[in-house]
Design a protein around this ligand. Structure first.
Ligand SMILES: *[C@@H]1O[C@H](CO)[C@@H](O)[C@H](O)[C@H]1NC(C)=O
Ligand SMILES: *[C@@H]1O[C@H](CO)[C@@H](O)[C@H](O)[C@H]1NC(C)=O
Ligand SMILES: *[C@@H]1O[C@H](CO)[C@@H](O)[C@H](O)[C@H]1NC(C)=O
Ligand SMILES: *[C@@H]1O[C@H](CO)[C@@H](O)[C@H](O)[C@H]1NC(C)=O
Ligand SMILES: *[C@@H]1O[C@H](CO)[C@@H](O)[C@H](O)[C@H]1NC(C)=O
Ligand SMILES: *[C@@H]1O[C@H](CO)[C@@H](O)[C@H](O)[C@H]1NC(C)=O
Ligand SMILES: *[C@@H]1O[C@H](CO)[C@@H](O)[C@H](O)[C@H]1NC(C)=O
Ligand SMILES: *[C@@H]1O[C@H](CO)[C@@H](O)[C@H](O)[C@H]1NC(C)=O
Ligand SMILES: *[C@@H]1O[C@H](CO)[C@@H](O)[C@H](O)[C@H]1NC(C)=O
Ligand SMILES: *[C@@H]1O[C@H](CO)[C@@H](O)[C@H](O)[C@H]1NC(C)=O
Ligand SMILES: *[C@@H]1O[C@H](CO)[C@@H](O)[C@H](O)[C@H]1NC(C)=O
Ligand SMILES: *[C@@H]1O[C@H](CO)[C@@H](O)[C@H](O)[C@H]1NC(C)=O
Length: 527
């Protein structure tokens, strides 16, 4: 059986015919099945049968390719294939002169041919609106089709496609991008719900698009560097910026005069920084640049570095160690362009000669140079110390000549001699050469009394000085007691002597009276 192409009979005409000339009550055509729900492009069998008993001609009117599979006395079985749309195939018959027809309803379903989520921007700034757009092409019946826009598993927006919507259907949603959206997966999903027809829910998902968000402050990166660099030095420079996201994705490069420096980058939370070492090689100016790249953004910071060559001034002493009275020349020199100053020199002079004295010992000379570079004054200096050799000094301040101390007291026997080199000092008693323990605290004894000769000697001379050490005897308390005792004794002895003398005199007088009485008795005759 060869497939026969459907003859293009306008369905309207057929319908008209069917209405105008209805088939006889006993002779009616019928179609089976009367309704069909099929996937698009499917095939189906249609049985046209009739109750006509006369000379019968049966046919099927359809725009789809058809094949007669089988037939009976009053039926024909057709196969329709490649059904591309909802349609109503029509069975018709010519029962004798009478025509009649019957139609079936074919409803098709199809999955969307295209579910497409628009490309996302490569980088989306945080805080800016992002519009997601999904296009859905095809998919029937449209009344049973809906579209969802998703972030991960979260539904951002959902809408039914609707019966009379355009094809393709466009669905959009606007989301405010946040840091949390970094790496989020967006997708579009359609659902064809064929459950009312006893089938299932058929989803179709677009490709998943991942979003990369970023946040970048509007400030420029902070460039930490001195503006002045000395030739031959190595300086650390740093560039940093905070408040950015995602810090791990940021890239900082440091460039000097167009060449990228080897730098070390670190990021901590939302701060990213890079450090590099700058070697100042040549005098002049160089541009230091910091370039920060994040997402599709570039931030730059720039500084001008002035590289200078400034050597320290040179200070010279004709001799660093001289004897007292020698001439010393002090000279200060600096490179051209620098201002030089020499401490101790007459104003405006950078060289002078001095007659070294003991006061100049350990005198410090400072030679300083000032250079103006890029509006800043740089200072460098050099200092030197002069050493003057001078003979010993022993004066009243450091070695008092008169020491008058009470015996038994604690005293510091202090006598110091000065000089460079430091002199050796000895104090010995004039009379017997006994040495005085200089610089020690001693209990003063009577034996220390005397006149001493202190002698300071160094390689630069010697000096002598007399020191009188007078020891005051201890307060004489015993002699007073002795005197008091002697006086008391004398008084006592005196008093005793007077008493004894008086008593002896009285006894003598008494004896004299007795003698006189005895003598009188002798002169008077007895009774
Ligand atoms: C077509 O329909 C007629 C009438 O209902 C029936 O007798 C015949 O068997 C059917 N043919 C097929 C192949 O089902
Ligand atoms: C049926 O039609 C054919 C021609 O198509 C004819 O030869 C035949 O006689 C007719 N039969 C009847 C019963 O009308
Ligand atoms: C939609 O899903 C069906 C199965 O559920 C599949 O056959 C079809 O190819 C899908 N369409 C697209 C465009 O992915
Ligand atoms: C983002 O879009 C919403 C409406 O969708 C609007 O209210 C809001 O002002 C927009 N925000 C920005 C930053 O454009
Ligand atoms: C998005 O999908 C990728 C793999 O396709 C996965 O590695 C990533 O974790 C997903 N992102 C989120 C936020 O789930
Ligand atoms: C720095 O200046 C000194 C002289 O003051 C010179 O000898 C030296 O070569 C200079 N160095 C550089 C790197 O220019
Ligand atoms: C240096 O000073 C000393 C003492 O002050 C003096 O005796 C001597 O003559 C001076 N020498 C010169 C060269 O002026
Ligand atoms: C000399 O330079 C040093 C540093 O190099 C500085 O500490 C010092 O104060 C300077 N002295 C003078 C007198 O300028
Ligand atoms: C020490 O004192 C005596 C008088 O007590 C005095 O004559 C003498 O000059 C003094 N010597 C010194 C070196 O002061
Ligand atoms: C004694 O005097 C000398 C010089 O005056 C001083 O350096 C020293 O410390 C003193 N000794 C004591 C024990 O006070
Ligand atoms: C004690 O020493 C002083 C001076 O050093 C001297 O004048 C005095 O005579 C001395 N006294 C005695 C008792 O030696
Ligand atoms: C002390 O100096 C004199 C010259 O002032 C010198 O003649 C004498 O030898 C020196 N004595 C010592 C012990 O150095």
């Amino acid at each position: 059986m060869a497939p026969t192409r459907a003859r293009p009979t306008p369905p309207l005409l057929l319908a008209l015919v069917a209405v105008v000339i209805p088939g006889p009550g006993s002779a009616q055509v019928s179609i089976h099945p009367k309704e069909a729900f099929l996937p698009r492009g499917a095939s189906m069998q249609v049985n046209c049968s009739s109750s006509c008993s006369e000379n019968l001609s049966l046919g099927l009117e359809t725009q789809w390719p058809k094949v007669e599979l089988d037939h009976g006395h009053n039926w024909k079985l057709f196969e329709l294939s490649d059904i591309g749309d909802d349609s109503k195939p029509l069975c018709f018959e010519n029962c004798g002169p009478i025509q009649s027809s019957a139609s079936a309803t074919i409803v098709l379903y199809s999955f969307p041919e295209r579910v497409e989520l628009d490309r996302l921007p490569t980088w989306q700034p945080v805080g800016k609106n992002l519009t997601l757009r999904c296009l859905v092409d095809g998919g029937t019946p449209r009344s049973q089709l809906s579209v969802k826009l998703l972030r991960g598993g979260e539904v951002l927006h959902q809408e039914p496609v609707g019966v009379d919507s355009r094809n393709p259907k466009e669905v959009t949603v606007t989301v405010l991008a946040s840091r949390d959206d970094h790496g989020a997966n967006f997708s579009c999903r359609t659902e064809l719900d064929l459950r009312p027809q006893g089938l299932a829910l058929f989803p179709n998902v677009s490709v998943i698009r991942q979003l990369w968000t970023f946040d970048l402050p509007v400030t420029e990166p902070k460039l930490d560097t001195p503006d002045l660099l000395e030739v031959g030095t190595v300086q650390k420079v740093m560039c940093s910026l905070g408040g950015l996201f995602p810090a791990a994705e940021a890239r900082i490069t440091l460039e000097l005069g167009g060449h990228t420096l080897t730098s070390k980058s670190t990021n901590h939370r939302d701060l990213v920084s890079a450090t590099a070492l700058v070697t100042a090689e040549m005098e002049g100016t160089q541009q230091l640049r910091c370039v920060l790249e994040l997402a599709d953004q570039i931030l730059k910071a720039e500084r001008t570095l002035s590289i200078y060559n400034f050597s320290a001034p040179v200070l010279t002493l004709s001799q660093q160690e001289v004897s007292e009275g020698s001439q010393v020349t002090v000279k200060c020199e600096a490179q051209g362009g620098a201002q030089v100053r020499l401490s101790g020199a007459p104003p405006g002079q950078v060289q002078f000669t001095l007659n070294a004295s003991s006061e100049d010992h350990e005198r410090i000379f400072t030679c300083s140079a000032a250079l103006r570079v890029a509006g800043q004054e740089l200072l460098k200096n050099q200092t030197l110390k002069l050493h003057v050799l001078y003979g010993p000094r022993l004066d009243e301040n450091d070695c008092p000549g008169n020491w008058t101390w009470p015996e038994g007291s604690q005293q510091n026997l202090s006598c110091q001699a000065f000089g460079n080199p430091p002199p050796k000092l000895t104090c010995s008693r004039k009379t017997d050469g006994a040495l005085l323990p200089i610089g020690e605290v001693k209990t003063v004894t009577w034996a220390m009394n005397g006149t001493y000769v202190c002698h300071a000697v160094s390689s630069h001379g010697n000096i002598t000085r007399e020191v009188f050490l007078k020891v005051l005897p201890k307060s004489p308390i015993w002699p007073i007691i002795i005197i008091v005792v002697i006086l008391a004794t004398v008084v006592f002895v005196g008093v005793l002597t007077i008493y004894i003398y008086n008593r002896q005199r009285k006894i003598r007088i008494y004896k004299l009276q007795r003698a006189q009485e005895e003598a009188m008795k002798l002169k008077v005759p007895p009774h």
